[in-house]
Design a binder for this molecule. Sequence first.
Ligand SMILES: Nc1nc2c(ncn2[C@@H]2O[C@H](COP(=O)(O)OP(=O)(O)OP(=O)(O)O)[C@@H](O)[C@H]2O)c(=O)[nH]1
Length: 335
Amino acid sequence: MSFFKKLKEKITGQTDSVTEKFKNGLSKTRESFVSKMNDLVSRYRTVDEEFFEELEDLLISADVGVNTVMELIDDLRGEAKRQNIKDAKDIQPLISEKLAERLQKDDSENALNVKEDEMTVILFVGVNGVGKTTTIGKVAHRFKEEGKSVLLAAGDTFRAGAIEQLSVWGERVGVDTIKQQEGSDPAAVMYDAIQAAKSRQVDVLLCDTAGRLQNKVNLMKELEKVKRVISREIPDAPHEVLLVLDATTGQNALSQAKTFSEATDVSGIALTKLDGTAKGGIVLAIRQELDIPVKLVGLGEGMDDLQTFDAEQYVHGLFADLVNGEEDDEEETST
Ligand SMILES: Nc1nc2c(ncn2[C@@H]2O[C@H](COP(=O)(O)OP(=O)(O)OP(=O)(O)O)[C@@H](O)[C@H]2O)c(=O)[nH]1
């Protein structure tokens, strides 16, 4: 049985709605990738050095990241030789297999660090416009669905409208937001929020922060101060520092990740707007080039469209039309 068919079997049944979300959310990337891949295969037919060079360009254009692509192509070249693959069409399932291998190795790290017997504090960092507020709203909704009580802290006191925007999300989801006036000290907001969260005995406190990148030293100082206030009140908090990145910004997201991880300890990435880009390969670039797990992916604007990153679902979503039923059937009759 082909790798892809096995993958399909593994993910169907238990989580149909999740499979659909990944498939729909990745449709732009898949359509662009599939048409380019089909074109490549029809032009080359046989696997040779030029074919690999074009495949390399194709993967780089999907934002997979140069280093990752180089490694992947080397791997594919070696595997094609070992398996004596000559037909360009036969390389396709191998690509999905190799991508899945690369992504899967760290999948166990993707779950959020949620405390069962004490309050969980999650800090959200990232530049403005990446979808931080929306992501906090979606995460709050998810926790509520799990039966947990949630409180929001409007720590972005810098951007005009940020406090109001977070409160609106809070109302939509049905959770309260602790806030002060625009321009007030974010650390003071955090202190208030922790006190409120403690006295109300909430399960999860989700904290927004300002995303000023212009000055790394200031950013670092502000985040340090916020974290200090939080950990003074709850010693092992924050339990997660999630960096929110916008997938549509491509390689720019990678450089933001580098800057933020120099400024503070980032424990995971929430990658938004994966549905809005044809360059969904950015997940691979992040996973390979930074030592930070992608924990959450945004696959649409709706409240339920934020998913825990799952390598198998991702690879299935990327290749669902490329390795289709027909090819699987052919393969079955020939083996
Ligand atoms: N399609 C899609 N849109 C998203 C996703 N996440 C956020 N958005 C949209 O991106 C836009 C910006 O998100 P906001 O949360 O408002 O972010 P912002 O106010 O620009 O800035 P910050 O909160 O500072 O990040 C909104 O229109 C969101 O609906 C996603 O995963 N998919």
